[in-house]
Design a protein around this ligand. Structure first.
Ligand code: DMJ
Length: 578
């Protein structure tokens, strides 16, 4: 017992400081042991910390590499999609591919940046609304609240490879787009922007949601064609129908508003297998063809009950323009086949009429297209009519060589005039229309500029079809003038006056749909949306050219019946589900 008590008290003496004070060597040893242990712990902690830092650096590196890989894949996807846009370019377009030079690459990046600025401003201040008012930073529903800018931008975003923006827009279309609006919509504006924008997004992405939405809105517009002649009323309530014409036309339908739905509705029939859309719009052209004048020029007002024209202006500008454009483009969309021959014939007739309206200024001999009322010509041309050089260039290849060259030369001359609409003002932006007085060349009439696309549209076609780089230079100068005068922190605005540069408060949806798209394509290889495989609607939405199907356009006709079309389409695997 005594021994065990003394051994336990011996053990406790090691923690008594007095023990060490009497034995300094042991104290030193203990101190050294303590220092070593501390160093060991510190060293391990440092190692762990360094290790963790190393691991997180490696993680970052992995993420970075993964992102790069993803980006590379996306670029390759976009490139391959783009190159799928064109597997068989014509000679003229192949010639341009070789000239995708560094300047062009840099310029299209600048245009893409402009699109990013316009789009992100819309996203920030006007998301889901029709258009952005950049000065007051709010949205405005000029088309009934259908997200017009968003839908108009879908294909531009896609073509430019702005995939995240495209996806966000796609989600809005899928989840928030609602057409059941108690709103009197313009059949024309809704067709070219919304039906056209959705169909183009469908053709580019293959995403069915766009086709379903296009069909939904087209079904709401369709009763507008239920008139005795088939010439549509131009306004319809999206929720309740009740088609009618605006009061200010005196009950008449407008030429451009009635003859600019063919591309979209034919495309919709081709993609849904339902011929009703195509039938309605093709009837309009057959009806107009019954009494088509020898010069192919129709006044802007037509009576939808009788099919007769009213005494009114003939113009390639406002309210006439895209009727002539679609005669040519439906022929192209229809693979230039026998079933669309009458479109080409009507277009060629109208082009003879156009030649009769062309005059030249003094002293500089600028060619311009007059307007005509009754038998008298007015020396006035809208900037809107500046789509005509592009149309003439596009249609020129359908003529015999001499005639073709004649129209191409006229197209180039008219494009020079339109370019000078821009160059002749202090801001280098064009006014809305021009007058031509003897000895004075051109002078601005209505002096606003609302970011319109027609001139750059024509420059795009001329560049594609001739390969002449001058058209790129002109387009670049116009782009720089937009950058200088129209770009503000919260988007792009028009000008109230091209002489003073005073700004308005509207970013038109066609600026993103058309102006920026045509400028981007002006500096892109011709394989991006090849003109051999795509046709642009009048709002610059590319629609894929499909094999033309003949259908009955009047009851008792000799085309295919609806079930025939559907079954043939299904066999070919071209149409989506009904
Ligand atoms: C667009 O909506 C279309 O290009 C239409 O054909 C004419 N007006 C505008 C652009 O200026």
């Amino acid at each position: 017992m005594g021994r065990s008590r003394s051994s336990s008290s011996n053990r406790w003496r090691y923690i008594n400081p007095a023990y060490y004070l009497k034995r300094p060597k042991r104290l030193a040893l203990l101190f050294m042991l303590f220092v070593c242990a501390t160093l060991l712990v510190w060293d391990r902690q440092t190692l762990v910390r360094e290790h963790q830092e190393e691991v997180s650096k490696l993680n970052e590196e992995v993420m970075h590499l993964q992102n790069s890989l993803e980006e590379l894949k996306n670029t390759q996807d976009v490139q391959s999609k783009k190159f799928n846009f064109n597997s068989k370019s014509s000679d003229a377009t192949r010639r341009n591919d070789a000239s995708d030079d560094p300047v062009a690459i840099q310029r299209r990046e600048r245009v893409k940046n402009a699109m990013i600025h316009a789009w992100s401003s819309y996203e920030k201040y006007a998301w889901g609304h029709d258009e952005l008012q950049p000065q007051t930073k709010n949205g405005i529903d000029s088309f009934g609240g259908l997200g017009a800018t968003l839908i108009d931008s879908l294909d531009t975003l896609y073509i430019m490879g702005l995939d995240e923006q495209f996806q966000r827009a796609r989600e809005w279309v899928a989840n928030s787009l609602d057409f059941n609006k108690n709103y009197d919509a313009s059949v024309f504006e809704t067709t070219i922007r919304v039906v056209g924008g959705l169909l183009s997004a469908y053709d580019l992405s293959g995403d069915k949601v766009f086709l379903e939405k296009a069909q939904d809105i087209a079904d709401r517009l369709l009763p507008a064609w239920d008139t005795p002649t088939g010439i549509p009323y131009n306004v319809i309530n999206l929720a309740h129908g009740n088609p009618h014409n605006p009061g200010w036309t005196g009950g008449d339908s407008i030429l451009a508003d009635s003859g600019t739905e063919q591309l979209e509705f034919i495309a919709l029939s081709q993609r849904t297998g339902n011929p009703k859309y195509q039938q309605k719009v093709e009837n309009v052209i057959l009806e107009l063809n019954k009494t088509f004048p020898v010069d192919g020029l129709l006044p802007i007002y037509i009576n939808p009950q009788r099919g007769t024209t009213s005494y009114s202006t003939i113009t390639f500008g406002a309210m006439g323009d895209s009727f002539y454009e679609y005669l040519l483009k439906v022929w192209i969309q229809g693979n230039k086949t026998a079933s669309v021959k009458h479109y080409r014939e009507m277009w060629e007739t109208s082009m003879k009429g156009l030649l009769s309206l062309v005059k030249r200024t003094t002293p500089s001999s600028f060619a311009y297209i007059c307007e005509k009322t009754g038998n008298s010509l007015t020396d006035k041309m809208d900037e809107l009519a500046c789509f005509a050089p592009g149309m003439l260039a596009l249609g020129s290849s359908g003529y015999a060589p001499d005639e073709s060259q004649k129209f191409l030369t006229l197209a180039e001359e008219l494009a020079w005039t339109c370019y000078n609409f821009y160059q002749s003002t202090p801001t280098k932006l064009a006014g809305e229309n021009y007058f031509f007085n003897s000895g004075q060349d051109m002078s601005v009439g209505t002096s606003w500029n609302i970011l319109r696309p027609e001139t750059v549209e024509s420059l795009f076609y001329l560049w594609r079809l001739t390969g002449n780089k001058t058209f790129q230079e002109w387009g670049w100068n116009i782009f720089e003038a937009f950058e200088k005068n129209s770009r503000i922190d919260s988007g792009y605005v028009g000008l109230k006056d091209v002489n003073t540069g005073v700004k308005d408060n509207m970013m038109q949806s066609f600026f993103l749909a058309e102006t920026l798209k045509y400028l981007y394509l002006l500096f892109s290889p011709s394989s991006v949306i090849s003109l051999d495989e795509w046709v642009f609607n009048t709002e610059a939405h590319p629609i894929k050219i499909k094999t033309r199907q003949d259908i009955i356009v009047k009851s008792g006709g000799h085309g295919l019946h609806e079930p025939d079309i559907r079954s043939r389409a299904r066999k070919e695997g071209r149409f989506g589900d009904d």
